[in-house]
Design a protein around this ligand. Structure first.
Ligand code: FPP
Length: 249
């Protein structure tokens, strides 16, 4: 199967099998258009989007991908109508309530990046409990980006380093990329290898800007609710065919 062969002719060659990205991130886009195509409310698209989250988290685990980071709510998504924001929060609540036991059983470590503490107190408590319950696990990492914005993440890292410098506990001359990375929300994750955006949009929308420095980028036409294990496998195969030189030859 070649789910997005038109934009990915490399798929035809079949080369690169077996090279697995350690860390895959996805900008899950197209829920609204998926619903619109069916003359359904946007909520139906988001609901199917959650099914895709479940499906892809399982598929990534089965493939042996160490970390999967999903952009579920950006710091800009507050600009959507209040009812849609509330729908997304409701779906997140349901997802955690329904899927936490499975994550515990499957040795998944659930993590969150972003300023999710701005969410409703009950949701913050639910997230904290879920993260704590899976913190003892040692298996695949599922990261949900919630109220996440890369520029805010980078600014917060710079602020913390500046505070330490001002307090006299850090020599600014010693600040390097590794020290900066230690201040990012992603500090404990493997390096980002592959960043996918669905739905045909070709931009990063303030997602993992620092971490994407050497990631392979893949933009696919598939709408997020249609993204399945085959699409993920095809994306991973394309990743395996890319030549990563990290600035060398
Ligand atoms: C973009 O589609 C999608 C989002 C802004 C939200 C993604 C959320 C989910 C998949 C569900 C909640 C997630 C979890 C982890 C429970 P869009 O609505 O912008 O699509 P459009 O561009 O076609 O309108």
């Amino acid at each position: 199967m070649r789910p997005f062969a038109a934009s990915a002719p490399e798929l035809v060659t079949g080369k690169g099998a077996g090279v697995l990205p350690r860390h895959v991130a996805i900008i899950m886009d197209g829920n609204g258009r998926w619903a619109k195509q069916r003359h359904w409310p946007r909520f139906a698209g988001h609901k199917q989007g959650v099914e895709a989250v479940r499906r892809i988290a399982r598929a990534a685990r089965a493939m042996g991908i160490e970390a999967l980071t999903l952009y579920a709510f950006s710091s800009e998504n507050w600009r959507r109508p209040e009812s849609e924001v509330s729908d997304l929060m409701g779906l997140l609540r349901l997802f955690i309530r329904n899927d936490l036991d499975e994550m515990v059983r499957d040795n998944v470590q659930l993590r969150v990046i972003g300023d999710y503490r701005r969410f409703a107190p009950d949701l913050v408590a639910l997230i904290d409990t879920a993260v704590a319950r899976t913190a003892v696990n040692t298996g695949p990492i599922l990261v949900i980006a919630l109220n996440y914005g890369a520029q805010a993440e980078i600014a917060a890292a710079a602020r913390r380093l500046a505070e330490r410098a001002q307090a006299g506990t850090l020599d600014p001359a010693t600040i390097d990329e590794a020290m900066f990375e230690d201040e990012l929300d992603t500090r404990d994750l493997p390096p980002l290898d592959l960043l996918i955006r669905t739905s045909g949009e070709v931009r990063l929308s303030n997602f993992l800007l620092w971490q994407a420095a050497y990631a392979e980028l893949l933009f696919v036409d598939t709408l997020w609710p249609d993204f399945d294990a085959d699409t993920l496998a095809a994306a991973v195969e394309i990743f395996g065919q890319r030549q990563r030189r990290f600035g060398g030859l």
